[in-house]
Design a protein around this ligand. Structure first.
Ligand SMILES: CC(C)=CCC/C(C)=C/CC/C(C)=C/CC/C(C)=C/CC/C(C)=C/CC/C(C)=C/CC/C(C)=C/COP(=O)(O)OP(=O)(O)O
Ligand SMILES: O=P(O)(O)OC[C@@H](O)CO
Ligand SMILES: [Mg+2]
Length: 229
């Protein structure tokens, strides 16, 4: 299995959305480096377990649970990613929910591979932006959040999140220049090979979500587009 810091491409599957076995097989066998199971709303333990068992039954691809609800935490994933929303106006989405969950699961965390993600959400129409009561940052704010993610909190990941819309490649380039150790994840609106290539020039890892459900053929092509980049 590749190290996480060598992952260039990830597909994110939303447990609240339907996917056929045929499409799921195509996603898992696409050559992507990993599958994240995660979403903002209507994420249930049943939905999470359904995807996990369908992936595990036939495929070897690494599977990550991106935790958005404590109730959906379940053993069986290769990794667990935990968002900390840096540009939320409310401390609870950055720290308090995570603190409460760590108190509860601290013993299990010793046996699980858990990675914390510094999220910066940049699309004000995204569910996650509204759900976590974010403030829209400008470029200097985002660079300062990136600095904090790496130098203050020593987080493994800084996630530039445009969920639902294609973001600004210049911003991603400038954020990348701030980071030496923290891995830069980019997600949002990638629907074509060209977009995947463009964002991968700057981000260490790109994440493709919604287009799996809207145009699977194009979504699958994003994998090859970033190989060797
Ligand atoms: C039991 C077991 C195996 C334990 C192992 C140990 C372990 C993993 C412990 C973890 C402990 C811990 C600290 C848990 C934290 C749990 C938690 C509830 C954290 C809150 C995270 C948070 C602030 C979530 C808010 C929403 C958010 C940022 C979600 C990220 C995903 C995202 C942005 C998806 C995109 O949205 P989507 O739904 O796709 O939107 P569209 O439908 O519009 O596309
Ligand atoms: O769904 P899209 O817009 O591709 O975004 C992917 C991911 O960043 C969502 O958390
Ligand atoms: Mg989505």
């Amino acid at each position: 299995m590749k190290n996480i810091n060598e992952w260039h491409h990830i597909f994110k599957l939303d447990p609240a959305k339907e996917i056929s076995d045929e499409h799921l097989d195509q996603i898992c066998e696409s050559g992507t480096d990993a599958i994240i199971v995660g979403g903002t709303d209507n994420v249930t333990l049943d939905g999470v377990l359904d995807l996990l068992s369908r992936i595990r039954r036939n495929h070897m691809v690494p599977v990550v649970l991106e935790v958005s609800e404590e109730e959906t935490l379940t053993p069986g994933f290769d990794y667990y990613f935990v968002p900390m929303v840096l540009n939320s106006k409310e401390k609870k989405y950055m720290m308090d929910i995570q603190h409460k969950a760590i108190k509860e699961f601290i013993d299990m965390m010793e046996f699980a591979e858990v990675y914390f993600e510094g999220y910066c959400i940049l699309n004000e129409d995204a569910k996650a932006f509204q759900y976590t009561n974010c403030v829209m940052p400008d470029l200097d704010d985002v660079k300062a959040y990136a600095y904090m993610a790496e130098k203050v909190f020593h987080l493994p990941f800084f996630y530039v999140e445009y969920s639902g819309t294609y973001g600004d490649p210049t911003l991603v380039k400038e954020v990348k220049e701030e980071l030496q150790n923290t891995q830069l994840l980019y997600g949002g609106g990638i629907e074509t090979s060209t977009q995947a290539k463009e964002m991968k020039k700057y981000a260490d890892t790109i994440i493709v979500g919604n287009s799996i459900y809207t145009n699977i053929k194009e979504a699958l092509k994003t994998v090859e587009a970033v190989k060797g980049n």
